[in-house]
Write a protein that binds this ligand. Structure first.
Ligand SMILES: [Zn+2]
Length: 118
């Protein structure tokens, strides 16, 4: 079973006008990075999602509504992101399975080559 979730990397207030209510001090930009997790491993992907919300009208501002100015500011913040390196971490249960796998392979090799017989 795989699940993925987003964790927040950075939140910033930006001074652009909201395209919905035109308020100029209520846009909040959030960058999130995607993490996938299964029973055996936990992986940080390099997928970044940016969300823009207006705290005044409480609307989420989708990229299609962004003005050129908003895009420039989002790009600027994106460049300064300190994103987590893409990585994958095995959970202890995987280590046990891999170790068992190696033992089985060694036994099979020993049996096949006749070094060891039952
Ligand atoms: Zn607004």
């Amino acid at each position: 079973m795989n699940s993925s979730r987003l964790f927040t990397l950075k939140e910033a207030r930006i001074g652009n006008n909201c395209p919905v209510c035109y308020s100029n001090d209520s846009l909040e930009l959030t960058f999130k990075q995607k993490l996938t997790e299964s029973k055996f491993y936990k992986a940080i992907t390099d997928e970044i999602v940016s969300e823009l919300r207006c705290l005044n009208c409480e609307e989420q501002i989708f990229p299609i509504q962004w003005t050129d100015d908003i895009e420039r500011v989002v790009d600027y913040h994106k460049r300064g992101l300190n994103m987590k390196a893409k990585s994958m971490k095995l959970k202890p249960v995987s280590g046990v399975l891999i170790a068992l796998g190696i033992v089985v392979v060694i036994l099979v090799i020993l049996l096949v080559t006749g070094v060891f017989s039952i």
